[in-house]
Design a protein around this ligand. Structure first.
Ligand SMILES: Cc1cc2nc3c(=O)[nH]c(=O)nc-3n(C[C@H](O)[C@H](O)[C@H](O)COP(=O)(O)OP(=O)(O)OC[C@H]3O[C@@H](n4cnc5c(N)ncnc54)[C@H](O)[C@@H]3O)c2cc1C
Length: 534
């Protein structure tokens, strides 16, 4: 067994929790008091001293991988394999907390460049070894837990060494980035040139460029900067059939269907994305965020629609429903405290970024529109509070799991005309499945001229079998989404968790196209088997 030098690895999240352990903490008093009124609280620590299953990959195959990428980049260390077991959904955390490491990879392989990745895929295809591309490990729909039945073993292909700014074209405003760069690393490299990407999902601190592309991620500034797939100009991928380079010639073209779309959202099932070329923009001169209050979720949603359809999009635009406004998730330290109801109604956060002149002009136009539509300005304080707490909610989830409260999120997207029906149906499904006292919170954070996403946060008593309780509730929510004619996911991707609900959305012919692409690019089916494709 080879020990890895841990300083070669990026800082890692603990397997049973989210984020940086230094930022984790017990439940704030206000939250504990409030939650204790609704749910029974009981100390529920994660299992300690969990044994990681012994690696199943035959020694000659391990030696073969070592010959490909070098001795020290093939890791069998238990802690490293445990950290790459599944992602960070609540079911993933519950399984880790219960000591279930059944999906642990046999070996972690760390390629240095595209050619290394290609060589690993060639080897894995020849020897029927599953390859699971691993970026930040923040997946929430089972995309890191493929089927292993019938294969010689499972390699977690950790892209953490591929973390460079590969090329920059400031004239065209494009940058080519390594797939293993985490959000802050990519922004720091671009900032050296006065540039930025502008992709800030809640998982920003740990998720990677390759992961963003592979899942068609969407960030908190999507109103102004667009979703990640819309930022991608081109990409390079290694597949078992060889190299694929897409979008390298032009920003757009009429050269047949746009094959970039085949890899955006392909979740490692068609190939390993080894470079992503994105459009970049100048760093903003100013950033301003503020709060607006709306009498109801419907009134706030109508105002968002008016902005989107009137070409008046700020950089950040999000709206909490009445429950989420009352709980004020952006400020866990203030939950249950004075003023936590946020003045009632529904809180909208509006953010502006750009040049001083552009921000002033956009802010004046948006302010006039929101005032006309009946909104009440709350000033900069709620906006600043949201910015300060925007990455904190996942830590709160862990603290709640520690006291036996089940917390999870899910998201969907539909057209404006279907928004109310979808909202009511998902809420009813979750409350019906989880029973009395269940708290269902919702916000809109991704807005289009034609529709919006709905992002739900659910809190319920964990009970004796929290995992089973959640899986039942999630299935009910998925059924409600499909029955409402909405999409099964706006940005979390399909993974294994949503696979069973994809066919009604894309149809049998659509599934056949996905299967045909998979057969062509990955004939032995070694890439993430069971992920994405029904
Ligand atoms: C607390 C929390 C908050 C989140 N907030 C958001 C949010 O605001 N917006 C959002 O869009 N998502 C969010 N997510 C989901 C998740 O962060 C995204 O799906 C993210 O894009 C995954 O990136 P990653 O690098 O962690 O990928 P991973 O988790 O490592 O992998 C995700 C999938 O992509 C595949 N993959 C990874 N890298 C590559 C590659 N280079 N080539 C091919 N396939 C690859 C993997 O095999 C897997 O199937 C959140 C998740 C958590 C836990």
């Amino acid at each position: 067994m080879t020990e890895i030098s841990h300083d070669l690895l990026q800082p890692e999240m603990p397997p049973t929790r989210w984020g940086d352990p230094a930022h984790a903490g017990p439940l704030p008093d206000g939250v504990r008091d409030l939650v204790g009124l609704v749910f029974p609280l009981s100390d529920t620590p994660a299992a300690a001293d969990v044994a990681v299953p012994a690696p199943q990959l035959a020694p000659d195959l391990v030696a073969g991988l070592r010959a490909v990428v070098g001795e020290e980049h093939v890791v069998l260390d238990d802690a490293v394999r445990r950290q790459r077991t599944r992602g960070k959904s609540t079911p993933d955390l519950l399984r880790q907390r219960a000591g279930d490491l059944g999906d642990a990879p046999d070996v972690v392989v760390r390629p240095d460049d595209h050619d290394d990745v290609q060589a690993v895929l060639d080897f894995a295809q020849q020897h029927r070894v599953v390859v699971v591309p691993f970026g930040g490990g923040t997946a929430v729909t089972g995309g890191l837990a493929p089927d292993r039945e019938g294969f010689a073993g499972v390699v977690s292909l950790d892209l953490g060494r591929m973390r460079s700014l590969v090329a920059l074209d400031p004239v065209s405003s494009t940058a080519t980035l390594g797939p293993g760069l985490r959000g802050p690393e990519a922004e720091a490299l671009l900032a050296e040139h006065g540039l930025m990407l502008g992709h800030f999902p809640q998982s920003f601190e740990f998720a990677t460029i390759g992961g963003f592309a592979a899942t068609r991620s969407s960030g908190q500034s999507s109103a102004g900067y667009g979703r990640f797939d819309a930022m991608v100009v081109g990409l390079r991928a290694a597949t078992p059939k060889g190299e694929v380079r897409l979008g390298g010639t032009s920003p757009s073209n009429a050269s047949g269907p746009d094959l970039r779309e085949l890899f955006l959202g392909s979740e490692g099932a068609f190939g390993v994305i080894t470079e992503v070329t994105v459009r970049v923009r100048p760093l903003p001169e100013v950033k301003e965020y503020e709060g607006w209050q709306w009498p109801s979720f419907a009134a706030g949603a109508d105002a968002m629609r008016a902005l989107a359809q009137g070409d008046l999009m700020p950089t950040v635009l999000r709206l909490s429903d009445e429950n989420e406004t009352a709980i004020n998730l952006a400020r866990p330290d203030a939950i249950g405290g004075e003023g936590s109801a946020g003045g009632g109604g529904c809180l909208m956060i509006v953010g502006y970024e750009g040049t001083t002149a552009a921000v002033a002009a956009k802010k004046a136009a948006v302010t006039a529109a929101l005032t006309d539509l009946g909104g009440t300005p709350l000033g900069a304080e709620p906006g600043q509070a949201w910015v300060a707490g925007r990455f904190n909610a996942p830590y709160l989830r862990d603290s709640l799991l520690d006291v036996g409260v089940l917390v999870e999120t899910l998201e969907t997207v539909t057209f404006w005309s279907n928004r109310e029906r979808l909202y009511a149906a998902v809420k009813a499904a979750l409350e019906g499945a989880l029973g009395d006292g269940t708290m269902v919170l919702c916000h809109i954070s991704h807005v289009y001229a034609t529709g919006c996403s709905l992002y739900f946060t659910v809190a319920a008593a964990g009970g004796e079998q929290p995992l089973e309780r959640w899986l039942k509730a999630k299935a009910a929510a998925n059924d409600a989404i499909v029955a409402s004619g909405a999409s099964i996911t706006h940005h979390h991707a399909v993974g294994t968790d949503h696979r069973g609900w994809l066919t009604p959305e894309i149809g049998e012919a659509g599934v056949a196209v996905l299967r045909a692409v998979k057969r062509e690019l990955d004939p032995a089916g070694i890439l993430n088997p069971g992920v994405l494709i029904p």
